[in-house]
Design a protein around this ligand. Sequence first.
Ligand SMILES: *Cc1c(COP(=O)(O)O)cnc(C)c1O
Length: 378
Amino acid sequence: MLMTPGPTFIHEDVRKAMAKEITNPDLDLNFFDYYQETCEEIKKIFHTKNDVFILNGEGILGLEAACCSLIEPGDRVLCIDNGLYGNGFANFARIYGAEVTYYKSDYRNPISAEGLEKFLQSEKDFKVATLVHCETPSGITNPIDTLCPLLKKYGILTIVDSASGVGGEEMQADKWKIDIVLSGSQKCLSAAPGLTIVSISEDAWSKIHNRSTPIQGFYCNLEIWENCYQNKSFPYTQPISDIFGLRKAVERDLSNPNILVQHKKIAKATRESLIQSGLQLYPLDGYSNTVTAICMPEGISYAELFENMLKDYNIMIGGGLEALEGKIFRIGHMGENCKEEKVYLTLKALNQVLRKYEVPLEKSIYKTFIKTSGYLLS
Ligand SMILES: *Cc1c(COP(=O)(O)O)cnc(C)c1O
């Protein structure tokens, strides 16, 4: 059982869709309609009227493509950094000539809009800001619902990495005035890794169209996608089987009107069960509804925990990255993994492994989960 914070479990219907017979996506006019309809469905998840495209590369392609297309050499770019991905965004911005300024804040807390506003009153002339919706490596969701309108008020274009947000956390791209939303296929949407989904606002298009220097790249150039379905011409051959799978995954997401409530409920029940057992969460606030990061307790190493969970229970969990390596472990409860039964089994296995290593637990993690989630009780 794959309980990592992406890639996530892929439903059989999605796998079957990927196995369908293909057509020639450049010549079969029906495929242009199919691609466009799939983008229309994605707009419903993003809550946007902006253009949406499916790019042919894993989520990182989207991060780089947004920087490549929007940023010109010398542009002041604000990189909002309270985690690994927020920090790493600056590297993509610099490749395309950005003059990067960080707005850094505590890695165990979400970004505060008040703090950012104070900063924006003294630091001026940013063209673009990069920010991360859900910091997957630390399990923190940032309040982009207030951060993005604030940045817009200061005339700054926003690029939001919502790889592990979209599908599990609320996304209101238009209401929150987000210029570019990026997400991937393999997190909350539970399709195979390999695709980026992106929305592009009119302001973002306008920045792209009014550049004084050409976009330095082809694969990362968002302009090559503009009007592709209207003109019935893709920039290159589409990975049609991946798109068949994504379409089915998007349909599955949209068929559950309670999906966000379910993410909230399961995430909360997971956290309460862990806390009541005496374990410590890594975030101090801004807990993600898609991934929970837990501090490694004393008495067991991450390598031992990972190995025992996998060997004895056939469950794969995630660990800490970079500075957090060996210090935390992570349970993904997003997309198809946002199910009481799966989280219950994961917490039960976790409970048994921690007991085996004589880690003191004040309460049984999985028994508490039955109460906090209502699983098996209803
Ligand atoms: C998963 C993820 C991505 C995609 O990157 P990979 O490291 O290739 O998985 C980008 N941003 C965030 C926040 C993610 O969680």
